[in-house]
Design a protein around this ligand. Structure first.
Ligand SMILES: *Cc1c(COP(=O)(O)O)cnc(C)c1O
Length: 481
């Protein structure tokens, strides 16, 4: 910074009387704007390497506008929420770091309606007396999952804890060694078991467990036979695992309850879309498993929740557990869950639930979208990028169906001066951050997880990045100084 500019640094009082500061004051308060201006002018001083200089004389208009540009930027940053929308261009459908399932429009409407008004959350409109919050999803869960009754907890981890504690606290639970899994975020079956007050009885081996192994482990202390869907990993090769029918039959024969932690909670069979090894909720209940639990925000595509479904008697016992009060969900979750379940009931789930339509999108659809995207991109940023459409794969994510690969078309971008990691960083820094895949020499966009209306936002962001990456005559001149 040249000396004469420093000498003419405008005073903060003076900056505070200008229109931009006045507008921001209305939003942030005068104190906050003053602090921001102080930080900016301090930074200018520091970058000039001088502590002191006079503030008399006429400030350079260019300097004022530079300060105000910075003020606008910092004020925007200071007011933007911490939890923000992002665009998921990774193709990972249930991306745990990116909030798992985006909700269906119907679920969002239901949340808005219930959130902005009073509701009959625990009020029986027929009797005019007290009602139960779990009543709201009962009928729907009965129809779409084949459950007699259901209750909803904060997430599936809470559901597992509740079921184990209610049905097996102080007793023994038999689990196969091949199912002692860890889900991301340090959820480990043995640890949850311990916290629940139930004692884990391991049977079989990592790769092979037979129904006889369970049978032999049954004692008078056995309360539950647990089957866990090994969500995020698969054992392949020389393996054996009893079927749900075998577990259900043993449970009946021995008079011991059975429980299946299903993980993702597929309500419809996704085999037609290439996802063949995710268990369908109704199949387990139909086979005779006493109780199941699953997440609301994995394959189901609804809000974060853990659904416990089974016989009236078992669900009632879980509901009466004092832990239930600590782990229950609020009205917004019920609103979103009910609306999401209704889409299954109406047979429009694959069309209207975002994670299901993302899974159902075919390679041809995606290749067509990718080609259209690329020609629009060429038209705006011609020459700045090497743009290609290449074959690739999307994954389900969220600890579901780890061996499923969905064929997709990837948009590959190489910029002539920006490295892939620099480009990735710029995209993440956008007002609506865009998360992509970075490979060694390029970034990849997978439109499977991008809504059509988000394409425009990505195109604009890329155009803006290209423009600002071009050395303008001014920035070239100042970088010499
Ligand atoms: C994901 C998962 C959980 C935990 O569910 P959250 O809803 O994330 O709490 C528990 N068990 C299995 C088998 C899972 O796949």
């Amino acid at each position: 910074m040249p000396k004469d500019l420093l000498r003419s640094l405008p005073s903060i009082e003076r900056l505070l009387t200008r229109p931009l500061a006045l507008t921001l004051t209305a939003e942030l308060g005068r104190e906050r704007v003053r602090d921001l201006l102080r930080d900016i002018t301090d930074d200018i001083r520091a970058s000039a390497g001088r502590e002191q200089f006079s503030q008399d004389g006429d400030p350079e208009p260019g300097l004022i506008s530079q300060i105000e540009q910075e003020l606008e930027l910092r004020a925007a940053r200071a007011t933007r929420p911490s939890l923000r929308r992002v665009i998921n261009a990774t193709g990972v459908v249930i991306h745990t770091n990116l909030g798992r399932s985006p909700l269906a429009a119907a679920a969002i409407e239901a949340i808005a309606e219930v959130a902005s008004h009073y509701s009959n959350l625990e009020y029986d409109l027929e009797s005019g007396g007290r009602g139960r919050r779990e009543s709201h999803c009962q009928e729907l869960l009965a129809r779409v999952a084949g459950a007699q009754a259901a209750v909803v907890a904060n997430n599936n981890a809470a559901a597992v804890m509740l079921v184990l504690n209610t049905l097996a606290g102080g007793g023994e639970v038999i689990v196969s060694r091949g199912e002692l899994i860890e889900i991301g975020g340090s959820f480990r079956i043995p640890d949850v078991m311990e916290k629940s007050g139930a004692r884990l009885v391991e049977v079989g081996t990592t790769n092979r467990t037979r129904i006889q192994d369970y049978e032999r482990a049954i004692t008078e202390r056995t309360r539950l036979i647990l089957r866990v869907h090994p969500s995020n990993y698969r054992i392949i090769g020389f393996t054996e695992r009893p079927t749900v029918d075998e577990i259900a039959a043993l449970s009946k024969r021995a008079g011991i309850l059975s429980y299946e932690d299903l993980g993702s909670g597929c309500l419809v069979d996704l085999a037609p879309y290439g996802v063949s090894d995710e268990p369908v909720v109704s199949a387990s209940l139909k086979a005779g498993i006493s109780v199941v639990s699953f997440s609301g925000d994995k394959m189901l595509g609804g809000p974060q929740a853990g659904i416990i479904a089974g016989s009236l008697e078992i669900v009632e016992r879980v509901r009466r557990n004092p832990l239930m009060r600590a782990l229950r969900v609020d009205k917004l979750t019920y609103a979103a869950l009910e609306a999401t379940l209704r889409l299954y009931d109406r047979g429009v789930a694959e069309k209207q639930i975002p994670v299901l339509s993302a899974i159902a999108a075919t390679r041809e659809d995606l290749a067509e979208r990718a080609r259209r995207f690329c020609s629009r991109l060429e038209a705006t940023v011609s020459g700045a990028f090497d743009i290609q459409v290449e074959d690739g794969e999307s994954v389900i994510g969220g600890g579901s169906a780890p061996d499923v690969r969905l064929s997709t078309a990837l948009i590959s971008l190489r910029h002539d001066s920006l490295s892939p990691s620099a480009l990735d960083e710029k995209l993440r820094g956008e007002a609506i951050p865009i998360v992509t895949r970075t490979e060694r020499d390029r970034i990849l966009l997978d439109l499977r997880t991008v809504a059509e209306e988000e394409e425009e936002i990505i195109l604009n962001a890329l155009a803006e990045i290209v423009t600002s990456a071009q050395p303008t005559p001014m920035s070239a001149a100042s970088s010499e100084g």
